[in-house]
Design a binder for this molecule. Sequence first.
Ligand code: AMP
Length: 221
Amino acid sequence: MKILVLLGGPGAGKGTQAQMLAADLGIAHVATGDIFRAAARDGTPLGLEARTYMERGELVPDGLTTAMLLERLARPDAAAGVILDGFPRTRAQAEALDAALAERDAGVSAAISLDVPTERLVERLSGRYICAAAGHSYNVATRQPRVAGICDEDGSGLIQREDDKPATVRARLAAQMESLDEVAGYYRERGILVAIDGYRSIDEVAVDVSAKARARLGADA
Ligand code: AMP
């Protein structure tokens, strides 16, 4: 089972790079933020609870998040492996993931960190739009859709995420950068942290991410 973790602040490009890498390696892309947003849209109890935290730009509690992630990993399309996007975001989540994987004789192969300076993250987040259907991501500065306001992939309308509005962006960054450093430290201690300069074009970053992921996964990638 190939397990890769993508780390980065909000707006570092995790979602975009995770989608590209998943297609490249033929394994599932699992984004906890997307799962929470879908659950909130569907009005499930988990989704409604998660939404109260998301709207404030805070992390959803570890217990709820980890339970949801492990349930997702048990689905058939995750059997060959996954690219985790937005999980783990705390040390407790990283430990819970390792414990669950150890039970299956598996482990995280690499944690790829997309490094982007904080000031640049604020700019990127404020310009981001996602499609209403599946969360495909666009940006007024760096990645415009072919037709304004419409997703290239599925034709749905583009919207700004509630938590990408300027007041929430700064709160999210403040709340999340600290625990991101903690998670990066967790993987650094285990010798599997791979740092990548994320402040380059999408394609340049993708080439680097793919090469380093393949090197870490070894011959079977
Ligand atoms: P994202 O789409 O990854 O930026 O996630 C959007 C929001 O979902 C975050 O601001 C958190 O409120 C919540 N969330 C996503 N993943 C996690 C996680 N691993 N732990 C806690 N909260 C999360």
